[in-house]
Design a protein around this ligand. Sequence first.
Ligand code: NI
Length: 184
Amino acid sequence: MTIQTLLKMGDPRLLQMAQPVTEGQWGSPQLMALVADLWETMDASNGAGLAAPQIGVDWQVVVFGTGKVNPRYPDAPLVDPTVLCNPVIIPLDSQGGTQGPIPEEVAWEGCLSVPGMRGQVPRASHIRYTGFDAMGRAIDRVVSGFHARVVQHECDHLWGTLYPMRIRDMRQFGFNEVLFPQLT
Ligand code: NI
């Protein structure tokens, strides 16, 4: 396990579509080592999640959740530690279906690849997400709120999208030390 260097916004590797994990790679030493590095690198920076492209690995793998209070997001609800590969996100309407309008909520996000900043980002309030853990076992969850936000943020990294690209009101984007002096 190694704390890896985090790529920062401006690096073209953060703007690529990552490669899916393929059959035969589940549980492989390479995948397990990547997962260990993602957890260690995330914990070292008090991240809420981390995606493989953020440490320069071109693979559809994210980790998120800590099961304990995060000093960078002290008010966030707890999310169980999860490894998610090859994710698919389905935004849900207020009935839990996909036919109606998709409710959104706007909240502050930060990113270890955009250090020192926060922005107000709209996300689907409710999602279903599917994918696989590192052993290739299926994951299928319906979640809301902060959990849904973290999943959408991390999976965006696999598709080459950083949260500033989703901010609608750029007046709601700024430096942590100014926006949240109590956290710094
Ligand atoms: Ni991020």
